[in-house]
Design a protein around this ligand. Structure first.
Ligand SMILES: Nc1ncnc2c1ncn2[C@@H]1O[C@H](COP(=O)(O)OP(=O)(O)OP(=O)(O)O)[C@@H](O)[C@H]1O
Length: 339
């Protein structure tokens, strides 16, 4: 069953042209001139219930504008969309009972109240049956381990604690579709990992459709089935994450601290990015070797004091996609569509 269907969706913003100087300002007041900014252009895709879709793209690509249209916050300039059978901008109220949203950069929790009060308010907004609400709330408190700070005002919570509360709050009414806009932004590795586990648990147990935007390659790799990449408002890639990984997420950065200073390093698939005393940054091409092989080859010659393995930033992956398909290639082929 399709839970999201989008056809030729577009959004242009009309902006007043600002002219320089006093006379320019007066002229702009009397006879304003406008320019048009195309944020999203002819976007078409659909998602089936239970799918986890990564919606990716560089800054300013049109991701948030698309999410705002799909959650009914913005009216499109062209095209159509249906989320759970509702037109988001015409049936926003009805839809809000069935979807949840988390904006990493914008809190939906009341800043000066403890999370428990926000939960209470949301239960009223969503008109939840008291017993259902209590059961669901307690389950989320346990899963998200919110107990210790449930009664602390939101402004005193760390980013990771707040984000766990944000996601729990968005799930109180058991939404069928969850929009997550940068849910792990600014979080440390451990908290990111915990949040990903919780999202995966939810997806497994409740079959929620997840529509996620992130600049973190780890989020996409670990959470999503499929990736749609948008640039300059247009879709340039739509395929399984596995395909995207094989073609474009082929490098990982390995940072090492060794016991002694390393000499020349000549390992297949390994490029030295930086060498600084006993510190070493390597780029490992996972198409040519595995992290495990590279590390065991290094361990054969050195003692490793510390090691971290990082994904390249999403921007690098997207740049690589453009590199492979040719610059200005906004019309990238849609690779084997998901059946
Ligand atoms: N209200 C607005 N008025 C004018 N232009 C806007 C408005 N909102 C967005 N835009 C423009 O539309 C384009 C797409 O913006 P959008 O916020 O959707 O990008 P994004 O992909 O979410 O970027 P980011 O990753 O930086 O959040 C940008 O060029 C932005 O400046």
């Amino acid at each position: 069953m399709e839970s999201i269907r989008v056809e030729q969706l577009g959004k242009s913003f009309r902006m007043k042209k600002k002219e320089e100087g006093f006379i320019g300002s007066v002229r702009a007041l009397v006879r304003p001139q406008y320019t048009e900014k195309v944020a999203v252009e002819g976007v078409t895709f659909s998602a089936v219930q239970g799918e986890t879709l990564a919606f990716l793209g560089p800054n300013g690509a049109g991701k948030s504008t698309t999410i705002k249209m799909l959650t009914g916050i913005l009216h499109p300039s062209t095209g159509e969309a249906e989320v759970l059978g509702c037109c988001p901008w015409k049936e926003r109220n009805k839809l809000s009972y069935q979807i949840g949203s988390v904006f990493g950069q914008k809190s939906q929790l009341w800043y000066h109240l403890p999370p428990i009060d926000t939960f209470e308010l949301m239960s009223r907004i969503y008109e939840l049956r008291r017993s259902d609400y209590i059961k669901r709330r307690d389950d989320l408190i346990e899963r998200f381990e919110l107990g210790p700070y449930l009664h602390t005002t939101v402004r005193k919570l760390s980013l990771g604690e707040r984000m766990r509360c944000e996601i729990a709050a968005s799930l109180l009414h058991r939404p069928q579709v969850l929009f997550l806009d940068e849910p792990t932004i600014g979080l440390d590795v451990v908290v990111k990992q915990r949040i990903r586990e919780l999202i995966l648990e939810l997806k497994r147990e409740e079959g929620t459709t997840i529509f996620l935007t992130s600049h973190d390659a780890g989020d996409i790799e670990r959470l999503c089935d499929r990736a749609i990449v948008i640039n300059h408002g247009r879709i340039v890639f739509d395929n399984r994450v596995q395909v995207m990984k094989q073609r474009f997420m082929t490098h990982k950065t390995v940072r090492l601290v060794l016991e002694d200073e390393p000499g020349e390093m000549n390992l297949e698939g390994v490029t030295v990015l930086e060498k600084n005393g006993t510190g070493l940054s390597l780029s490992v091409d996972t198409g040519l070797t595995t992290i495990e092989t590279a590390l065991s080859q290094i361990m054969a010659a050195h003692r490793i004091v510390d090691v971290t393995v990082e994904d390249p930033p999403m921007e690098d992956i997207i740049t690589r996609m453009y590199g492979d398909y040719g610059k200005g290639g906004m019309e990238l082929e849609l690779l084997e569509q998901i059946g």
